[in-house]
Write a protein that binds this ligand. Structure first.
Ligand code: PRX
Length: 657
């Protein structure tokens, strides 16, 4: 019996080639070069990765074996190699002209700013490394980092890496309870935090959340708390436990050699919440992660020494780990960190930062792009964005119309767009255009990175045909892959390696996305398979119906979910936010239904349209369709809602029902 796959209904035909000027200067500069690299890597992956590890990174001792895959799905890369990622991000640049190059350009929300050269960053990292050693942290110990977007968050990560402590960064927007769970899960000995941070013209208190998290011995592993001064608001400091960073820094030596780490020593754990169950501690190790973050940054963002590169993520997410801190710094690049987010008092603040620092490469999320569209193009149009040469997106499928807006209004039709598909688990980007080589199609992440053997299969692991939807899998290990779930190896096997059984003895990595490949071999990610809607036996991915809705001029954002239906099994319920100037009424709802029918056919016609002012999103900007599903079918909302950004959205949606 054939296994259910996912039907594809979106047909996007526009194609954009890299301009000759861009291609000419790019590191990977033609489609032929990409294909050659891809072929080389597929023919002999270990040789491909070994050559890059040798030429791109500094090792204290070379490995004995490139890949040990004798115990799948547990991979080991660069076995017995000795390396330190903080050395590769800092020390090795100090013996070159980059010593006095800007490593981090930081802009605070209130308008203060700071630039750290590689030499200055190295100095502060060494000092913090000595301070945390003095606070009893040893190689292998876990350290929780709960910080605003200030340079000290990167300094803390690099300081841990320098002495071999494992960091667990917890996004500063998480509550005390969420922080406590993550501290306890990793048994962190030290918490590095700040008095607070600035967000949307207010301060957020971080230290008091730490106090709540560890009060009454509820996080018994924590011996010390290191506090960076940021907002200067009053905080409680418990003698013997809490320490100001500036006090300890004053007496700290700036000499701290990087600890030679085994390639497979744990570098960090990062908790990611699935749609159900408690958060998983995704474990990344040292050597393979360093190489993968490094080479993907270099080729995908086409990093050049005079570039100013800005990824707008928060260091609390994997994007911040790999593409604000480790990837760019390993390449000796200049990376921008911005504390603020677009807010009513300054909707154009991102464009101010681009203009002020002459940002060349800009990497953000589709949710941000949809918000920019809603705020209006007069904000970017009022700034000088001529420095931009390359744009990127990450986090969700980007609707073709949002892609076109990004291309026209921000990129002025001259910047390639790299739509990068990846996950916390993959450590770095897996499917993406290489900007000087790959013709792009709006809404497609295009092709796998060299060395990534991605495929689309049915539930038995058989490849599906062109334009047939299926399950996105990776067929061969790669250096940046997660190694396990912290403290729960069985969960690692269950979650990622067992839904689709090994095929001819080959393990297939599957982390939950549906996709199709078109007739030209382009990958189109269709959303999480948990979000697939089954209408009369047709399995539809959420992304394609949403893209059809967003292509209507009235629609700013759309999320579709399935709602039980006696006849069809499920019918589509669409939640829609409108652009300014449009009125939510039945007439518009009918127009939108007709629009979807026209764009993709009667099968995708929404049974119901619900207008809303906002969507329930995670703090990293992903729409929580699981909650919308409960609302649409009139059920109580069950499961974890701790990652929800704004609870009032949910209350409003309930009232509107
Ligand atoms: O569903 C895919 C979606 O985000 C998921 C991974 O989320 P997270 O671990 O939080 O990492 C986000 C940053 C890497 C994926 O399983 N996703 C991410 N990027 C894309 C995407 N879906 C489509 N296109 C993308 N470019």
């Amino acid at each position: 019996m054939s296994q259910p796959t996912i039907e594809s209904i979106l047909k996007e035909k526009r194609t954009f080639k890299p301009s000759p000027e861009f291609a000419h200067q790019a590191t990977i500069s033609s489609w032929e070069q990409y294909q050659e690299l891809y072929q080389q890597a597929s023919d002999n992956p270990t040789e491909f990765w070994a050559q890059l590890a040798e030429s791109e990174l500094e090792w204290f001792e070379k490995w004995d074996q490139v890949l040990d895959w004798s115990n799948p799905p547990f991979a080991k890369w660069f076995v017995n190699g000795k390396i330190n990622i903080s050395h590769n991000c800092l020390d090795r640049h100090l013996t070159t002209w980059r010593r006095n190059k800007a490593a981090i350009i930081w802009e605070g929300e209130p308008g203060d700013s700071r630039t750290l050269t590689y030499a200055q960053l190295h100095r502060e990292v060494c000092q913090m490394a000595n301070v945390i050693k003095q606070l009893g942290v040893k190689k292998g110990d876990r350290v929780a980092i709960y910080m605003p977007m200030i340079p000290e968050s990167a300094i803390a990560m690099l300081a841990c890496a320098r002495i071999g402590a494992v960091h667990s960064v917890v996004f500063g927007g998480f509550s005390a309870e969420a922080l406590r769970d993550r501290i306890n899960a990793a048994e962190a000995k030290l918490v590095i935090t700040a008095d607070g941070g600035f967000r949307k013209d207010k301060t957020i208190a971080l230290k008091s959340q730490v106090d709540l998290a560890i009060a009454d011995n509820k996080a018994p592993s924590v011996d010390n708390v290191l506090v960076v001064e940021r907002t200067k608001e009053k905080v409680q400091m418990e003698a013997g436990r809490d320490h100001w960073w500036h006090d300890l820094q004053a007496g700290a030596s700036a000499h701290c050699p990087a600890e030679p780490m085994d390639s497979e020593d744990m570098l960090f754990v990062l908790y990611t919440s699935g749609s159900t169950g408690k958060p998983k501690g995704v474990v990344h190790t040292t050597g393979g992660y360093n190489l993968y973050a490094h080479i993907t940054s270099k080729w995908i963002f086409d990093l050049k020494d005079d570039d100013v590169y800005w990824c707008t993520a928060d260091v609390g997410w994997i994007t911040g780990h790999s593409y604000i801190v480790y990837g760019p710094l390993s390449n000796g690049a200049t990376t921008v960190m911005y504390e603020g987010v677009p807010r009513p008092s300054n909707p154009g603040c991102f464009w101010d930062v681009v203009e002020k620092y002459g940002v060349n490469i800009f990497y953000t999320a589709p949710t941000a792009i949809r918000a920019f569209i809603k705020m209006g193009e007069h904000h970017p149009n009022a700034r000088d964005l001529s420095s931009l040469r390359l744009l990127g997106t990450v986090g969700e499928p980007i609707n073709p119309e949002a892609w076109m807006w990004y291309h026209k209004v921000i990129g002025k039709e001259k910047c390639p767009i790299v739509d990068t598909w990846w996950q916390t688990e993959t450590g770095g980007v897996m499917i993406t255009a290489l900007p000087g080589a790959t013709p792009t199609k709006p809404g497609s992440a295009t092709h796998p990175f060299p060395g990534i053997m991605a495929d689309i299969v049915d539930l038995e692991g058989n490849p599906v045909g062109a334009n047939e939807g299926g399950y996105l899998v990776v067929k061969h290990p790669w250096p940046g892959m997660m190694r396990t779930v912290y403290g729960d190896p069985d969960r690692f096997c269950r979650t990622y390696w067992e839904h689709i059984p090994p095929k001819n003895g080959n393990y297939l990595y599957f982390a939950g996305d549906g996709a199709r490949r078109d007739e030209d071999g382009y990958f189109w990610v269709m959303g999480r398979v948990d979000d697939v809607i089954n209408v009369s036996g047709h399995r539809l991915g959420s992304m394609e119906v949403e893209s059809a809705l967003v292509s209507h001029p009235a629609v700013a954002e759309a999320a579709v979910v399935g709602k039980p239906d006696d006849v069809k099994g499920e019918e589509i319920c669409a939640f829609v936010t409108l652009e300014g100037g449009f009125e939510a009424n039945e007439d518009l709802a009918n127009q939108l239904k007709a629009h979807v029918v026209q764009e993709i056919g009667a099968i995708a016609r929404p049974g119901e349209i619900r207008f809303t002012d906002g969507m329930p999103k995670t703090r990293s900007g992903k729409i929580m369709r699981r909650l919308l599903r409960s609302l649409a079918s009139g059920q109580e909302i069950a499961g974890d809602t701790s990652t929800l950004e704004d609870r009032s959205v949910l209350d409003k949606l309930r009232e509107g029902a």
